[in-house]
Every structure is written in C-alpha cells, then in structure tokens.
Design a binder for this molecule. Structure first.
Ligand SMILES: Nc1ncnc2c1ncn2[C@@H]1O[C@H](COP(=O)(O)OP(=O)(O)OP(=O)(O)O)[C@@H](O)[C@H]1O
Ligand SMILES: [Mg+2]
Length: 352
C-alpha cells in the first residue's frame, strides 16, 4: 500500500487554490461543503469560510486561534490560496520547534561568521517568503526578547540579518497561529501584548470538532472516500463506527479523526470498524496522581515513554518549554515526539 500523506505540505511555492466553492458538494458526499482546503458544513465552518474570504483579499495580519488538530495551518494556507499572493511562496514555520538562540537567524537570515557555526551567510524565512505568506505557528512559544524584532519587522516591513548592517525589505503577509488563548498567553506565557495586538488585526477562531454540528460524519465519509479512491477500494463504515463518530468527542479534533480512520482503513477488509477511542486506549493508559504516575507492568517501552512525555506535558499545563526541561530533552526533541503521537492517549488522572 502506498504511503498516504496525512498532512498538508508545509513549504510550497505557487498556489494550487481550489476555486472558491462554499456550496460545492464534494466527493459525491451529499451535504458536504468545502472552501479551499477546508471541509465541513456546520454553521461555525460556514461562518469561518466567510471570514477567510473577507481577509484573504486584504494584506492584514491574521491570528488563527484554536486547539490542536483543528486545521489552523489549513486555514492559513486557504487564506494564502485565495489571496493575490497565491502564486508566491507559502512558508510555514513552527516557532516552538526552533531553539531560542536560532530563531532570529531562521526568520531573518544571517551573515557569514555572525555566530559560531555560521560558515556561510543565509537568507531567512522572511526573505524566502517575499511576495507571499509567512505562517508563524505556535507564536506564543517564542521568547519575549525575540518577539521585539518580529514586531519591528511587522511594523516596518524591514529588518537586518543577524550580524548584518544592510536594511532588508521583504513584502510578506504574516499569519500567526496559537493553541492558547492569546490574552492568557500575554498574562502567563510571555507573549508581548504589543505583538499580540499587531498579530491579531484579524483574529480567526478554528472551531473544535465537538462544536461542529454534523461535521464528524461528513468529514469521516470524506476521508474514507479519499482513501478508497487512492487505494481503489470500496470500503465502508460499520454501523457501530457511525455511532462512535457521533458519541466520541474527538479531543484531538480533525487530526485525531483522520488518523483513526486511516488506522481502521488499513485494518479493514471491507467494513471499516472504528474502535471506540476511549475504550480502546483505556486498558493501557498510565494513571497519574498529582505529580506521580504509575505505568502498568509489561507496558512496551515506547508506550511508557509516550505516557511519561504526555503526562509531564499535562502536569506542566501544556507548557512545552517547561515540559522539555523537566524531561531533560531539547524542545525540538519534544516536538518531534509529540508530532508522532495522537492526542487521544493522554494519561488519566487518579483513575485505577
Ligand atoms: N476542516 C478540515 N477539512 C479537512 N481536513 C482538515 C480540516 N481541519 C483539519 N484537517 C486535517 O487535520 C490535520 C490537522 O490540521 P492542521 O495541521 O491544520 O491543524 P492545526 O490546528 O495546525 O494543529 P496543531 O495545533 O497541532 O499544529 C491535517 O491533516 C489537516 O489536513
Ligand atoms: Mg499547526
């Protein structure tokens, strides 16, 4: 079976925008609407499509706010694809995954010899994205001291490369994203208030799946249809799967739904059985009590490691920087691990 690309590309040049089609019926799935790369017919999604359409035609900075897996990157990409910048690059940068001391050079470039290891000069993402869109994901993870230069670049459209003295101009539209409440991030996580206001000229909320009335089943049918087309199969959901789709709250949002369908699709001969995620993961879950955690004897090492990582992250209130420190790994390593985990496997509190 060929590998299936479950996530959209992060760096692309030249838009491949689908024509705006808010009322388009897709994949022959009755009632399923889409806009650009986004699928869903719930009232909150239709409202989001309208907002995207409005902001896409402008150059306004946008801030996409929403839980993990709600499609923040797809929203940014859809704005780009429907903007006048669609034929120029769309560059996605995960600010949280870049070590603090490198982020300035990554964003703005650096001159040869500007720091140890800078054997050659390099341009940064702001210059790469010239004419296009720069998507700054997990913006609240950027250290406050780095945010100052970003704010200046946003306000003036100019910046210096690290170690450079030539003022560089780049025509870039910035879209930022966060899975935290920005006001809370200002109070508790070091997001500068002035940067927050500058980014949130046009705030967009990516709704969690549990608020998207009727979308779970439509999206599930859409993902299954895509897999069937790709693999030339005609698999269908069992009745129980439909029930699971409706009753499970999908805390990991569209990403969790998509991955669950992919797993069940691979296992299925003809009928796709979605195991109820809560029941399926219950037995092997670690149990946390305060700052202690018990892992069942015989838990495979990789699973134990995953439970400890997710448990620590939860204990640290979702603060990845703190969790990485507590675990004795780099932030980058933590991100790498998290990107391979689904979010439906968090350990349970105090439950035997
Ligand atoms: N409305 C949607 N229609 C179709 N696919 C979607 C939709 N929303 C999300 N997805 C899919 O779900 C997955 C997660 O989306 P995305 O990476 O954009 O989420 P995110 O909000 O950026 O998550 P994170 O905060 O973890 O980075 C991707 O595979 C994406 O293609
Ligand atoms: Mg993202």
């Amino acid at each position: 079976m060929a590998s299936i690309d479950l996530d959209s590309p992060t760096v692309t040049a030249g838009g491949d925008a689908a024509a705006p089609g808010k009322s388009r019926v897709t994949d022959g799935i009755a009632g399923l609407k889409s806009y650009g790369l986004l699928y869903g017919s719930s009232p909150v999604m239709l409202d989001l499509y309208d907002q995207i359409e409005r902001v896409a035609s402008t150059d306004a900075t946008a801030l996409v706010i929403g839980e993990s897996g709600t499609g923040k990157e797809l929203i940014a990409r859809t704005i780009h694809d429907h903007s006048g910048r669609k034929d120029a690059p769309f560059i996605a940068v995960n600010c949280g995954a870049i070590p603090d001391e490198l982020i300035e050079a990554e964003l703005f470039g650096h001159e040869k010899g500007s720091f140890t290891g800078a054997v050659q000069g390099r341009i940064g993402y702001f210059e790469h994205a010239n004419g296009g869109t720069l998507f700054l994901d997990e913006i609240t993870e950027m250290a406050p001291v780095r945010q100052v230069k970003l704010l200046r670049a946003l306000e003036t459209g100019t910046f210096y490369r690290v170690g450079g003295n030539e003022l560089i101009h780049s025509d870039v539209r910035v879209i930022a994203a966060t899975n935290r409440d920005p006001a809370v991030a200002v109070k508790e996580n070091g997001l500068r208030e002035d940067l927050m206001y500058r980014l949130a000229v046009f705030p967009l909320r990516a709704p969690p799946l549990r608020e998207r009335e009727g979308d779970r089943e439509l999206l599930a049918q859409h993902f299954l249809a895509a897999l069937n087309t790709q693999e030339s199969t005609s698999k269908s959901f069992s009745k129980r799967s439909i029930e699971t789709l409706r009753t499970w709250s999908w805390p990991g949002n569209v990403r969790e739904l998509k991955n669950a369908i992919y797993r069940a699709f691979i296992l299925a001969e003809k009928t796709v059985e979605l195991p109820h995620p809560h029941l399926a993961s219950r037995v092997k879950k670690a149990v946390t009590q305060g700052d202690a955690m018990s892992v069942w004897i015989g838990t495979p090492l990789a699973d134990a490691q995953k439970q400890i990582i997710l448990g620590t992250l939860k204990y640290c209130g979702g603060d990845k920087r703190r969790a990485a420190k507590a675990l004795g790994v780099s932030l980058k390593t933590l991100y790498n691990r998290l990107s391979t985990y689904g979010t439906d496997d968090a350990p349970e509190d105090g439950e035997p």
